[in-house]
Ligand binder design. Structure first.
Ligand code: SF4
Length: 261
């Protein structure tokens, strides 16, 4: 692609070789200069949260996202994935975006969420339009939740777990749990696995910060130990999953959102 056409991609990035979704085209419904999120996770590859909020609002009009997707060159894509520079459910028009993407593309739609806004009916309704919802759960106690995810004032892990369960009840797609393990929560793997079992997701994704992060990743051996607690569940682990070889349409935009191409 020419330099000019590369710069035109402002809201989409990749496709990236995702260990969970194959060749994944990223759609960023926030697309801010800095991160906008209800969390400020200690391991976040995007650095510190610039706008720490649980308010929903429109950041990017649906038409702009669709215009970029329409101009995509013919590349192999397995999933259209909402993620990017913050929490995608913060975008008030997420549901409209998912519907619009589904009208013009045949690939399944995935949303990566930190689960924090799932207590809202409008957020659950938007997420129910996606084929796959990958929901974050990194802790089993309020204390560890606050230390790892650093949520906005007043957010409780118990409310989030309740909301994930509620969402799961009526959801027709695949609900997946993503858990980031590090030294801080390694000792609570058994308790986190217990909560995961109560939720009953389609799949559990065990992760550790292998992308650029200030938090050290757990070793392969430690991740195997963690994985033992999830026996009997459908588990994939970041160390074990093969990555597809895919070439992004814009390396620069991908770097900004993922910390690596
Ligand atoms: S929820 Fe995601 S975007 Fe938000 S701080 Fe955590 S890792 Fe970063």
């Amino acid at each position: 692609m020419s330099e000019k056409s590369r710069k035109e991609y402002k809201y989409i990035y990749g496709p990236v070789p995702s260990w969970r979704l194959g060749s994944s085209l990223g759609i960023d419904p926030i697309s801010g200069e800095g991160k906008i999120c209800s969390f400020d996770c200690v391991y976040c590859q995007l650095g510190r949260t610039v706008l720490h909020t649980k308010r929903r609002k429109v950041f990017v009009p649906v038409s702009k996202i669709i215009k970029e997707i329409r101009s995509l060159p013919p590349v192999k894509i397995d999933y259209m994935t909402f993620s990017g520079t913050g929490e995608p459910t913060s975008a008030k028009n997420l549901g409209k975006m998912i519907k619009a993407v589904k009208r013009i593309r045949k690939e399944p739609v995935a949303v990566l969420t930190n689960s924090s806004l799932m207590y809202r009916k409008d957020v659950r309704k938007d997420l129910s339009l996606a084929d796959v919802v990958i929901a974050k759960l990194d802790a089993s106690s309020e204390r560890t939740f606050r230390r790892i995810n650093q949520p906005v004032e007043g957010m409780k892990l118990a409310d989030i777990v309740r909301a994930i369960k509620k969402f799961k009840t009526g959801y027709k797609g695949k609900l997946v749990l993503q858990i980031m393990f590090m030294e801080e929560n390694r000792g609570y793997a058994g308790r986190i696995a217990q909560i995961a079992k109560e939720i009953g997701p389609y799949e559990v994704q065990l992760n550790t910060p292998l992308r650029p992060s200030v938090v050290e990743p757990l070793s392969r051996k430690k991740m195997i130990e963690v994985g033992r607690y999830f026996k009997g569940m459908n588990v994939i682990s970041v160390y074990k999953s093969p990555r597809k070889r895919v070439k992004p349409i814009s390396g620069e935009d991908t770097m900004r959102r993922r910390g690596k191409v």
